[in-house]
Design a protein around this ligand. Structure first.
Ligand SMILES: [Zn+2]
Length: 480
């Protein structure tokens, strides 16, 4: 019996781990280990690994090339950025030879501290779509991106399931939720940035070039008088403030806690030649540039060129893939903006595609009738989100926002309302933590609930200090 007889098709965006799981589970053996032995020649391989050690076996028995598997079905291309070419070449060599035991630690100390968690994410809407389209569920590579908690396609929160490294699995098919939680805009931003990095054909250059680009931009933004004197503390505080809504996400929290909370972001400048995890760079790029495209354009203007590491034919293939993704989204009735964010193409490019393919773009009404204005103003007063109002009245969000801008008092009222809601949420979080950990220190609180702590520190300091435990005095000697 040969393993290739049972090879299932691999779907677009599916992770190799998912494909391997479906392959082995689908074999007619009473025991999983028999399938593992037949396909991989061993039952001791780590199945659910960021750098899988079983690609040569899968390639040999499926007819797919190693490059196809690596580029389209693993997170490996995400790691080609912000490092030296020979570091990435060494990573590829390990993966292609199937010897990845030491890969994580070889990729320098700074990178290896961000260990992936033993859990897999799935998007309940993607699961539903996959069942309708293919009749099966599978894990998507884009849902495994480090720090990402939102589906890049649907903008809703991913659901996390604990999976041991050696286990085989697919996302659940039953008990699916029908209510989906829309992700915070910062979670969507990180998902978009990470997906762009994964699908970016060319390497964005090494850490030294990235640091130069950050320095130039920071001077422009007033974080420094010149490129050699970045105000690291201010920068750190701004980064914490900017990413506050997702500071509790597992890998993001690890980064902000590196070196007792002082390593990031200064390491990107002072150890720019080290191989840092790409997520450190993404947190910086997100705040300074908002998108990978902007970062690239800015870097090119200030003289930092990106460089080729892949063949032009692959680049063309990737571009066609992006076009197909955009077309698929447009045909499913998504807006230009959404289709642009799924595919990584610009809005203008997506619009051209729509026109070339005779796809009708639904433009929302820009005009609001006089009798509707009164009702909308009342709803705005009640704090209803502009998006919800726009949908209810069948007009564009821009039209509602324009109406809102004509009532400055409402803008203030809505701001204050949002502030009250957030303050309540963060205060409750802190009180619950204090109740749970009555003997904790201020440091414990910061590490455990950094998002709430930072928010309160910035906007509700008096209340925060009246509830914090006493500051523990640091003693140089005698040591504890
Ligand atoms: Zn999804």
């Amino acid at each position: 019996m040969k393993a290739e007889y049972f090879c299932p098709p691999i779907y677009m965006g599916e992770s190799v781990y998912s494909w391997l799981s479906r392959w082995i589970i689908g074999m007619p053996f009473p025991c999983i280990t028999q399938g593992q032995n037949l396909l991989l020649g061993s039952r001791n391989k780590q199945m659910n690994a960021q750098f899988p050690g079983y690609l040569p076996q899968l390639s040999a028995q499926s007819g797919l090339t190693l490059s196809q598997l690596i580029n389209d079905h693993t997170l490996i291309p995400y790691f080609k950025h912000f490092c030296q070419d020979n570091d990435y070449a060494s990573l590829l060599k390990d993966v292609k030879s199937g010897d990845t035991c030491a890969t994580f630690s070889k990729m320098s100390l700074t990178a290896s501290r961000i260990h992936p968690k033993h859990a897999n994410n799935y998007c309940p809407m993607c699961v539903q779509e996959d069942i309708e389209r293919y009749g099966v569920t599978f894990w998507h590579v884009s849902h495994f991106l480090p720090g990402v908690t939102s589906c890049v396609k649907h903008g809703i929160d991913l659901i996390s399931v604990d999976i041991p490294r050696r286990a085989l699995s697919t996302p659940p098919e039953s008990d699916l939720k029908t209510e989906f939680k829309a992700s915070h805009s910062k979670a969507c931003l990180l998902a978009n940035l990470s997906f762009s990095l994964l699908t970016e054909v060319n390497s964005l250059g090494d850490g030294v070039k990235a640091a130069e680009t950050y320095r130039t931009k920071l001077v422009e933004l007033g974080f420094a008088a010149n490129v050699n004197s970045i105000h690291q503390r201010e920068l750190r505080e701004s980064l914490e403030g900017f990413w506050e809504p997702i500071l509790d996400s597992y890998e993001v929290a690890l980064i902000f806690n590196l070196g007792q909370g002082i390593t990031f972001p200064s390491c990107l400048f002072y150890q720019a030649d080290s191989h840092h995890h790409p997520l450190l760079h993404l947190l910086m790029i997100g705040m300074l540039f908002g998108s990978i495209e902007e970062f690239k354009d800015y870097g090119q203007c200030s003289g930092n060129q990106t460089h080729e590491v892949q063949t032009p034919s692959l680049e063309k293939e990737r571009f066609i893939q992006k076009e197909n993704q955009a077309l698929e989204a447009l045909k499913a009735g998504e807006s230009l903006r959404k289709a642009s964010s799924y595919s990584g193409l610009s809005v203008i490019k997506v619009k051209q595609l729509a026109i070339q393919n005779n796809i009708f773009i639904d433009r929302r009404e820009q005009f609001i009738f006089a009798h509707e204005r009164k009702v909308i103003v009342e709803q705005l007063r009640q704090g209803i989100p502009t998006k919800v109002i726009a949908e209810a009245f069948g007009c564009s969000i821009g039209a509602v926002e324009q109406l809102l801008s004509q009532h400055p008092d409402l803008v203030e009222l809505r701001k204050y309302r949002r502030y009250r809601i957030k303050r309540g949420k963060h205060r409750a979080r802190l009180l619950a933590f204090l109740k749970q950990e009555p003997n904790c220190t201020r440091g414990n609180i910061q590490n455990a609930i950094r998002a709430a702590y930072t928010w309160l520190f910035k906007r509700d300091k008096a209340w925060l200090y009246s509830h914090l435990p006493r500051r523990v005095r640091y003693r140089y000697w005698p040591r504890k």
